[in-house]
Design a protein around this ligand. Sequence first.
Ligand code: ASP
Ligand code: MG
Length: 408
Amino acid sequence: MALIVQKYGGTSVGSVERIQAVAKKVAATRDNGHKVVVVVSAMSGETNRLIALANDISEFPNPREMDVLLSTGEQVTIALLSIALHKLGCPACSYTGGQVRILTDNVHGKARILDIDDHSVNGDLAAGKVVVVAGFQGVDEHGNITTLGRGGSDTTAVAMAAALKANECQIFTDVDGVYTTDPRVEPRARKLDKITFEEMLEMASLGSKVLQIRSVEFAGKYNVPLRVLSSFEEGEGTLITFEEENMEDAKISGIAFSRDEAKLTIRGVPDQPGVAFSILGPVAGANIEVDMIVQNIGKDETTDFTFTVHRNDYHKALELLKESAEVLGAREVFGTKNIVKLSLVGVGMRSHAGIASTMFEALAKEGINIQVISTSEIKISVVVDEKYLELGVRALHDAFGLAGELNS
Ligand code: ASP
Ligand code: MG
């Protein structure tokens, strides 16, 4: 007998029929002899609908009241799912975050989980019941309702799994697993059977939006095996787990990309101590996250700097850079939003040489110019013109032999 936490997202519980289908899956898992805790999101569109209601009344609704409002979405689904389980003859009991006592800090709208009281839940599980928990919510030490940030039900599921020492946390969603790259860009993308937490974090932060990033961090930290599977199709999904010896054979797990990039350059700044700080200090001060940074070798006692930021921060960053340029007496400042970032991700990079050159060769063959390069232990990223996104992803996917059967 295993203890399994299953999480169903908004689409999976988007209608009464779908809730009934989820109830069948849950009941079947229990019938197979497992203890089951189910975490559910609000029905799809519900959280947005509630936010819109509040915004119809006020531009700046009070954060505490927003959490009281938004937590109701998940409260509806836990009750409906429990009713559907009862209808199937499966004993079940619903819990809001506060009823479990998922204790969080008091940062309304993006609260962090501090502690989970597993007492009542364990009691119900021991009595043979399915426990249905509202995702995305908790309470602070004074009993105020809090929410964990958009997509937070994933985090609730992982946190429940960690607290209960579950054997596996299964995230049911509308995709059937994690792919080598986005199948909309490369139809031959292949579903991965396994991926490490580290790789998943890189894939997720680079725009493969299968799981909330925070939930993956959490799962890695507390050693909770995570599995992503489809609510609508049978299959084993993708297991996100620890690095194993044989994972090294697959040098590259996937190609991630991000369209949300912009690039800025400042030329002809004095090549002396403190320049990087005077350029990037104001940017950081404005809460703009800088991603890739390159400084060129200086000539004539001046140097050039290029860095990338999120596209939304482009104008603000350009403004700040122009101010710094004036102070530093720089020659010119320019930037572009017409770029994308392509990244190879794989733990096998640690133990295999020559991966970067294979990557650069593949891009060169397609005539794709690389503008910026950065590397980490398990990732190599390049910035290229946005018109090369599809071509670049496919070229890399091919070069590293990631293609599977053509998906129909
Ligand atoms: N219902 C919340 C949202 O839409 C939480 C979740 O779905 O995970 O963000
Ligand atoms: Mg959701």
